[in-house]
Design a binder for this molecule. Sequence first.
Ligand code: SF4
Ligand code: SF4
Length: 329
Amino acid sequence: MKKKISKGLAELLEKRKCFKLVCGAGNEDAAEVEKLVYLYASAGANYFDLSAKEEVVLAAGRGLERAGKTHKEKFLNVSVGIKGDPHVSKAVIGSACICCGKCLPACQVQHAILRGKPYKVQSKRCIGCGACAKVCPEKAITIVSAPKPLSKVLPPLLRLGLDSFELHAVTQDEESAFSQWKELESDYGGMLSLCIDRSRLGDKQLLARINRFMEKRAPGSTIIQADGAPMSGCDDFASTTLQALATAQIVYRSALPVYLMLSGGTNSKTAKLAKFFGIRFHGVALGSYARKIVSRYIDREDFLTNKAVFSKARTIAEKLVNSSLRYMG
Ligand code: SF4
Ligand code: SF4
């Protein structure tokens, strides 16, 4: 039987009190995901975005258990993307590498690049942002996008009772994105999320695409994740979050019967700025920035056992979650 819309998730969005932690569509490090979900669920986050891997979803479930939370109060989403989307891409370092080390400080993900001869990318940690390739003097780094077909990815995930699936449709190849959207619609009856931004589309084309994807969707069954500058470099500047607001404003003004989530370049300023600009939204999704501010604790081997370490990390996470929730509603 096809999954129905998760009542709890719909209610949370209706209340406009949704804080989504993006663990990283490309983050396949199950151990890290377990810690992130444990930490942010304890800190008040109520929705979690995961990569399309069974082991990662199971790890997130363990994180919820550690936090003493259940699927009835905290919700899980899995992200899928189409070829070319950075969320499903990985960096690969080739033999031209001269071991200069310039890619290391450019990478915001701890231990994604490993020293060696040549340097190597730890694929499960790489989120495909491409920052390393931009600084490599030898052009030794290639960003490879090879998402698996949904027909292979979905079956094991559908058994896990997820609350939503999200399609990253940031592409000029609208037909590929549309056919994946239709495939998701036909296989999954729960909440769908469409993650989309303005980087490759004009404002009119963006709205036209959203309208097309929404054609057969019932009211209240879709989240539009207004993406700004994904993989923004984790800055906490107001300017970093402006693109997310610009996309959100287009969706908000459309008055479509969707839930509006802000994402991409989101940080501690996002919710406050959205409120300032009069954009009514249902939730905010924070990724790189939320992960960065706790990474020095998460990376510790004793994170799960040292209460003082966990408590310090939770204080930081709580501050971010609460400062975002304060401006919702
Ligand atoms: S920047 Fe390029 S050449 Fe330098 S270590 Fe990284 S991959 Fe190798
Ligand atoms: S900079 Fe981005 S693309 Fe390069 S290894 Fe780090 S996460 Fe992957």
